[in-house]
Design a protein around this ligand. Structure first.
Ligand code: XBP
Ligand code: MG
Length: 258
C-alpha cells in the first residue's frame, strides 16, 4: 500500500465508547419492561445476541430463537420497530445522563488527528440519532462536525459484517480504502472493514476479546494514553506504548510491506 494515510474511519459501539453492556443492553431491558414483557437480557445472553449486528435484527433473533411462542400483537415487523424505538429513547436518555463513557485514548486521538489534518468519519450499525447523542454528550456540541461523514444505520441495506457501510463512507468521501484506516472492536466490524479493503486496527472489549481478528493490522486492549500503556494482543504497534497519529501513520505504512 503506497498510499499516504488520509482518513480514519471509526466504528462507534465498543470502539468509541463502551456502549453495549451498560448502555444498549440496559436500554433494551427498559424497553421490554415498558412494553409489559417479561423479557430480560442478562450480560452473558447479550454477548451471544451481539453476534447479530443491529438492534432490530437482534430483537428478531431473540424472538425466533428464545421466544418462538411469544404472542406478538399484530405485525411482527411493527412490533419489533415499536420496541426498538422505545429502546432508542431509553438509550438516548442514558447517554444524555453521562452513563455511556468514551474508551481510553479516544478523545485524545480524535483531537490529535484533527490537529494533524487527518479526515475523520464514522461507519456504524447504530442509528445517526444514537451517534450524535454520544458525540454531543462526550465531546461537546460541535463534535458532530469533526466527522466529514457519519455512515449510520439504515442508509445501507446490509449491516456489518457486510462491507456496505464502509463502502458508502469511502464513496461519500471520495477515498480509496488504501488511503484510510478503520478502527473497530469486533469480529463483525473487522470483517466489514476488511471486505471493503480497509486496513484495520482493533481495540477489544470484554464482549469481543475472543472474536476472530485474523486480518487485523494490530489488536490492542484499548488505544491507550501516555500514562496508560496498551497491551498488544496481535500484530505490531512498532514499539509505541499508546496509539497516536505517528503510530497510526507508521502502522498504515507497514501494511504495504506485509
Ligand atoms: C453495533 C451494533 C449494536 C447496537 C445497535 O455494531 O450492532 O450493538 O446495539 O444499536 P457495530 P441499534 O459496532 O459493529 O456497528 O439498536 O440502534 O441498532
Ligand atoms: Mg463495534
Amino acid at each position: 500500500m503506497s498510499d499516504v494515510l488520509q482518513a480514519l474511519l471509526f466504528d462507534v459501539d465498543g470502539t468509541l465508547a463502551d456502549t453495549e453492556r451498560d448502555g444498549h443492553r440496559l436500554a433494551f431491558n427498559k424497553a421490554f419492561a415498558a412494553a409489559g414483557l417479561d423479557w430480560d437480557w442478562p450480560v452473558d445472553l447479550y454477548g451471544e445476541l451481539l453476534k447479530v449486528a443491529g438492534g432490530r435484527e437482534r430483537i428478531r433473533r431473540y424472538l425466533d430463537e428464545h421466544r418462538p411462542d411469544a404472542a406478538v400483537s399484530g405485525d411482527t415487523d411493527a412490533f419489533i420497530a415499536g420496541l426498538h424505538l422505545s429502546k432508542t429513547r431509553f438509550y438516548g436518555e442514558m447517554v444524555a445522563a453521562g452513563e455511556v463513557p468514551l474508551r481510553p485514548g479516544v478523545k485524545r486521538l480524535l483531537l490529535e488527528a484533527r490537529a494533524a489534518g487527518l479526515r475523520l468519519a464514522i461507519a456504524t450499525t447504530t442509528s445517526l440519532e444514537n451517534v450524535t447523542a454520544l458525540l454531543r454528550q462526550c465531546l461537546g456540541h460541535g463534535a458532530r462536525d469533526w466527522f466529514e461523514v457519519i455512515g449510520a444505520g439504515d442508509v445501507v441495506p446490509a449491516k456489518k459484517p457486510a462491507p456496505d457501510i464502509y463502502r458508502f463512507t469511502l464513496e461519500t468521501m471520495g477515498l480509496r480504502p488504501g488511503q484510510c484506516l478503520a478502527l473497530e472492536d469486533s469480529g463483525n466490524g473487522l470483517r466489514a472493514a476488511r471486505a471493503a479493503g480497509l486496513p484495520t486496527l482493533v481495540t477489544v472489549n470484554d464482549y469481543t476479546a475472543h472474536d476472530d481478528f485474523h486480518g487485523a493490522a494490530v489488536v490492542l486492549d484499548h488505544l491507550g494514553e501516555p500514562e496508560l500503556p496498551v497491551r498488544v494482543l496481535a500484530g505490531d504497534l512498532g514499539g509505541a506504548s499508546y496509539v497516536d497519529v505517528a503510530a497510526l501513520r507508521a502502522l498504515h505504512a507497514r501494511q504495504g510491506h506485509e
